[in-house]
Design a protein around this ligand. Structure first.
Ligand SMILES: Nc1ncnc2c1ncn2[C@@H]1O[C@H](COP(=O)(O)OP(=O)(O)OP(=O)(O)O)[C@@H](O)[C@H]1O
Ligand SMILES: [Mg+2]
Length: 390
């Protein structure tokens, strides 16, 4: 179980580094009915927005009623929320909070119409509404800003993150070097969820090293580069945007491919894919004909080219995705690794070569699978046994 879930704060006191926001929320609930009916929690990822919505509900003994974009479009569903408001209050003591999480998360989903529906809901409901957003200053959210109490969540200072990590490790009975904890806390740049995930990963390792976390650094670099390409105007700088990303251009191409649809729509989408395929053509020539100078062209299409597929710069926050194709390759390599380690053990056991064991693996797998005693004899690890069973 991820520690971020296991130790998700339940009370206001458990939420760290957001005292100002917590105070504002407390007075919002205390004086509810006299002022604005909606609370708009906004700020960077992993700072406690969703958590605070649930904590607030818990603290005022209310249930959360979560709405997504399509619910807000759904007239019947809206009626259902609005109508029983009066009856409900007399039937059960438990109140309700309406939560609309990540209102800006999915680009294009909450268009102007959807935002206006949400505004109407706020006007008509008798329940407190909590809305969360990363980028509250998006143009399309302007009607919502007027209707809501804005509460900004800040990046969590690294020393507070450090305290949270130390506490978690104590509860889990795990030891990690103090320097390492500090490094993790600093590297998180205010994102407490990232820090907790990192420390959990490290706690599973026999010799925790920052190497695993460098992988995540690489991801931060590519996320920033994607943002530059997709959001900004194409400029000279866009041409060099991938220079600082420590990834081969072909891997960058997969990231672009995966994320074009989360940013572009309609004509832009078609243009972006066209440019991507041109980059792909050069990639093909590079491999077939060893024309390394074509790397320059592949790069131009991926950076400046795809950036210019849009008419105007984009705003708002988009959470980019990891390419699924890479993941598949990676998973495949993992599997091959297990196959190899099992074959090695088996080979030593029956005195044949590892290569031969690898070749005969399907048969060997069956033999091992149906003989738990062999599994023990070979000293298979849990992972390996699981692999054999699959
Ligand atoms: N202020 C905080 N104090 C303690 N733990 C926190 C805090 N903020 C986040 N966390 C931890 O990080 C996890 C994720 O936080 P949460 O889901 O609230 O982030 P968020 O701000 O909603 O992020 P996103 O913008 O990605 O939706 C929580 O389950 C909790 O473990
Ligand atoms: Mg959230």
């Amino acid at each position: 179980m991820p520690w971020t879930e296991k130790y998700r704060p339940k009370k206001f006191d458990d939420v760290k580094g957001q005292d100002l926001a917590v105070d504002k929320i407390k007075s919002f609930t205390k004086y509810f009915g006299t002022g604005k009916k909606a609370l708009l929690l906004h700020g960077p990822p992993g700072t406690g927005k969703t958590t605070l919505a649930f904590v607030t509900a818990h603290e005022i003994n209310s249930e959360i009623f979560e709405l997504n974009a399509s619910d807000i479009r759904n007239k019947a569903k809206l009626q259902e929320i609005l109508k029983p408001a009066m009856e409900q209050q007399s039937l059960s003591k438990k109140g309700k909070i309406i939560l609309v999480d990540e209102v800006d998360g999915i680009s294009g989903y909450y268009d102007r119409g959807g935002v206006l529906e949400l505004v109407r809901l706020i006007e008509r409901t008798t329940y407190p509404v909590i809305i969360t957003a990363n980028d509250v200053w998006h143009k399309k959210l302007s009607p919502l800003r007027k209707k809501s109490e804005l509460v900004q969540l800040k990046e969590i200072p690294y020393d507070i993150i450090k305290d949270v990590l130390i506490n978690l490790l104590r509860k889990e009975n795990k030891f990690i070097d103090h320097n390492m904890i500090t490094k993790v806390a600093i590297k998180a740049k205010g994102d407490i969820r990232a820090a907790i995930n990192d420390i959990q990963t490290l706690s599973h390792m026999e010799e925790p090293s920052m190497a695993v976390l460098e992988e995540r650094d690489k991801e931060t670099d590519i996320f920033n580069a994607l943002r530059t390409v997709f959001k900004g105007k194409p400029t000279e700088e866009t041409l060099r945007v991938f220079d600082s990303v420590k990834m081969p251009l072909d891997e960058i191409l997969l990231w672009m491919e995966e994320n074009i649809p989360s940013e572009y729509q309609g004509e832009e989408l078609a243009r972006a894919y066209d440019l991507l395929s041109k980059a792909d053509v050069f990639k093909g020539r590079i491999y077939k004909q060893q024309y390394w100078r074509f790397l320059v062209y592949e790069n131009i299409f991926l950076s400046y080219g795809i950036s210019s597929a849009k008419k105007t710069p984009k705003t708002g926050f988009t959470s980019y995705k990891r390419p699924t194709r890479i993941l598949k390759i990676w998973l495949n390599n993992q599997r091959t690794a297990k196959k190899k380690s099992i074959s090695k053990k088996y080979a030593r056991y029956v005195h044949v070569g590892t290569k031969r064991a690898m070749n005969e693996f399907p048969v060997i797998k069956q033999i091992i699978k149906s003989n738990p005693s062999i599994q023990k004899e070979l000293k298979l690890t849990e992972d390996e046994i699981e692999y054999i069973g699959s």
